[in-house]
Each structure stands twice: as C-alpha cells, then as structure tokens.
Design a protein around this ligand. Sequence first.
Ligand SMILES: [Cu+2]
Length: 576
Amino acid sequence: MRSHPVMPRHRVRTLLAIGVLGATAALAAPTPVAAQPPGMPPIGMVCTNGPTFHLVATTGTVETPDGNSVFMWGYADADTGGHFQSPGPVLCVNQGETVTVTLHNDLPEAVSVIFPGQEGVTGTGPAGLLTNEAAPGGDASYTFVAGQPGTYVYESGSDPTRQVEMGLYGALVVRPTSHPDWAYDSTTVFNPAREYLILLSEIDPDLHHAVETGTTYDFNALHNRYFDVNGRQFPDTIQQNGIPWLPSQPYGALVRVQPFNAVTNPLPALIRMVNVGELNHPFHPHGNHIRLVAQDGRRLLSPTGQDASSEHFGDTIAAGQTEDFLFSWTDQDSWDPGSNPLPPEPNYLNLFFKGNVTWYSGSPYLGRKGTGLPTVVTSQNLCGEWYFPWHSHALNEFTNFDEGFGGMATLLRVDPLGGCTALPTATNILAGTLKSGNYTALGASDTLYYQVNSTISGTRTADWYASFTGIPLGAANLTATYVGRNCATTGCPAGPTVPTTLYVWRWASSTWVQLGATVPVGPADVTVNQALPAPLSDFIGTGPNQGRMRLRVQTSGGTTSFVTNGNLLRLTYDAP
Ligand SMILES: [Cu+2]
C-alpha cells in the first residue's frame, strides 16, 4: 500500500486564500532599503567565493507565496553559520584553482556532492555508487582543479532522484583567470554589474512531507506543485536578495538592465541558467531575444572554432543542464511621444488591472510616467521603467499549487538609459518676481525659459525653487542638473555674470543645504551638475510629503538688475 501523506485539502485552500492576500500586501509594500546582509547586493547573482568551501547537509523549510511552507534538505555554508538555505550557496572559483569542498552530514542517510563537468575529482569518505559519501553525522571531502570557465551544477550523487528533489543542489561558477568580466573568453565579455542566476527546480510537497515524517512515497505518484527560480516562487522571485521574511531563500531572480547604447551602455548582461530539476523547462524571456553562448560549461563553437551562438525567443533547458546567455535590450521601435508616437496612444480603458495594482506606469513610453491611470489603481512603477515576464512556457509551472500566476517566473526590469529622472511639478519664488513661464518650461533644455526678475535695490537677487514629486525612498546616486543664464532687463544676449548657487531642501531640519560651489553664470546657458550628499534620505520627504524634493536656484550679486532664465531643472537617480 502506498502512503500518500498530504495536508488536508481544506487547510490547503485556507492557506491559499491567506496567501493571495499576503502576496498582494507584499507587492504593495515599499521596497525595503538595505535589508541585505553586509556585502550582499540587492539584486544579481550572489557569489560565495572559494576555492575552499565547508558545506553542511541539513534540513529546513522554505516559504511559498500561497502561505504554505515546505520541508527541504539543502547544502548550508558552515563558514557563515551553517544556516539552512535553498538553493545551496553559489560556489564561485577561478579557473586553475585547487578547489576543496568539505561536507558534513546532519541528515539521517548518506549524502554526497558530485561536480558534473569537473575532471579528476578526488574524495575522502566511504565509497558510494558515484562518489565518496558522508555517513549520517559523518564527513566527506572533494578536491579538484577548477576546469574550463563556465556555469555548472553541483548536487548529491547519492539516491539523486530523491535527494536532489529534496534540495541538495546548487550552482558552481568557474571564472576565467583575471577576467571576471568574461563568461568564457574575450568574445563573451559582459557587464559584471549585470550578472544574473536563474536556477530552476521543482517541488512535490507530498514527497517532502513523506521524507519529513519518515513514511513511504510512490514516485509513480509524483506531482510537482511548486516550480522554483533560485529557490523561490513568483512573486517572491522578484524580491531582493536576502530579504528578512524569506530567511532560508536568500536569492532573488529579478533581472534588471538599461537599454543598449553603443557609448554609454555597450555591454550585455550575463544570464546563467541552471536546471537542477528532473523536468525539462521551456523558459521564455519576453522583451528581446537572448543569445545562447554556452551549454553545460562549454562555449558553443563550430568545428572550425567559429562562434556558434544563436538568438533565442525561448529555450528549453534540459534536466541537469546549464546554459549561458548574453542579453542586451534594445528599444527596437524607438517609440517617443514627440518624434515617434504610438499610433494611436493606448487609453487606460483598454487595459486590465488585476486587483487595482499594476506595474504599468500609465505611459507606453520608457522613462515617462503617464497620468492616465484610474484613481483607484496603485502603480508600482517607479520612473517609467518597463517590466517583462520571464517564465516557464509550460504554463502549469507558471503557478503556485495550481493557482496562476506564480511559480517558475520572474521579471525583466528595463530602466531608462542613464537612470530615472524627475522634473519640476511646481515653483515658488523667494526673492524677485516672476517675469514669464512656469515649471513646465524647466522640463527640457530648449527655447522655453522660466524667467525671474531680480530684486531692484541693494544686492540684486533672484531666488526661487522647484518642487519634485514621486522620488522613491531608497533612490541612489541622486544628481541635480540646472541649465540657465542671466540676462539684462533689456533681454539676452546682454547681461551680467552673476554668482549662482544650488540648494536642496533637507526635510529633517527644514533647512537648505548648499550643493557644491557657487558658479558664475552669464548671458549664455551654463550647465551645472551637482551630486547630492549622503544620506539621501534626508532630502526625500516622508509622510504627507512622501517622495517630495525641492531644489533652489539662488542668483545673487552686484547692483545691476537682471533676469534669471531657468532652462532646465532635473533630478536623476537610480530607483531601488
Ligand atoms: Cu509569456
């Protein structure tokens, strides 16, 4: 008789209902700032660097977005406390290094580690079918010289059908010596700030429950319910690395790029895909094709050594396989509301908002946020960035316990080139009088100017500020840009050169903070770029002023009246 222990059905349903609410709440919550453990980047592949590693095979649980939790096995990193994690740490080494992996076994049966694609692996510990094994409570170790650069799997070589499904797996990355910016060779150069891991696996909770309770399990009844990317299911996959509410699932899977530009963003992202599951997965990246450059840690070359990489609209990655992709995103149609508008521009009435939450910005144009969203809709969009789903095209895997969408999916996020920008939404004059124009004249460096007459006695001064809205808490690399000129009261191009100073409003102390040095500005446009000082959170409003910033332009000096002509006032930043 086969044992088929499973949670009572009604309990699963209740958890699902709670889970849906929980997932929505998680999506609506602001992205946490600096939640990662020290040294862990918010997104992108997280390396555990070698060449010596100390692993512990241990037990733990993972959380699923539908409110369930699943008992797992996994390889933990003894060097950082041996805390259970899924998947195991990403082991990163350099070609030619002598790699040593020790394994302590806290599980009740013999386990091991195999390294497919590495040659000459020697081990210690009792001999098993495929490699040396660590007995319960015992140890094993493995040594090899890191071979050809590439992406590899490491996993249990003991009863793998069961132990690998239970979670004894991880990724091994071999980097070319002295070239962390090459996947393989000089033809596979990539942007090291854009290196991503997509590790696929499946979970049948019945198997995990049977292992946890020591009961039997019939593999003929295998029914996977959870489909993972980096040990998480969508939408948890798009959360940052190391978020505190998924303590044993440290790796996010959000892929983030900026559009290709031959000068300012020429290098592709590197996507390392790893399938540690037992099923083949047809993975489909939306947005642009991805270029397959290697399989199973081997560069794709013709018999005569020519590049044999190819572009893919989707790609089936086989069980146990690894594949490496270079990825550049191009705005192929160059849609622009001024020069190349969409015919016709879509209306929100044609869009469907599930649960009144959307990743759409209200505008179909990259880098621009529209205002056309119904008032009940909350936009998660930060600065007009675009999101594309990357997901298993076996749509039953695009679910969490048969509820869509979820499971084996993540998002590609495309930010505007150069980062996000914010433009003034209002102006106020502190000294002087408005001559002409309003805040919209400050939205572009063009022929439109926001003109302020200076005071007319004593030291002549024009002093004004612009307000900005929608700056996300956690914005980084904030820079203020001012373009303007000072003209005579009779008009340009005559005019005095007047000292000009930029300030930013510090909400915490209700004071203006000077940005950089005072700059002389005469009757021709001058561009002033000033980086904002840390901590940036001092300058981004909270509560009723959430997301507000103020930039001030103070032009003061001499006894000749003048007119300040503001051409552009802009903030640029990296959104969290
Ligand atoms: Cu799709």
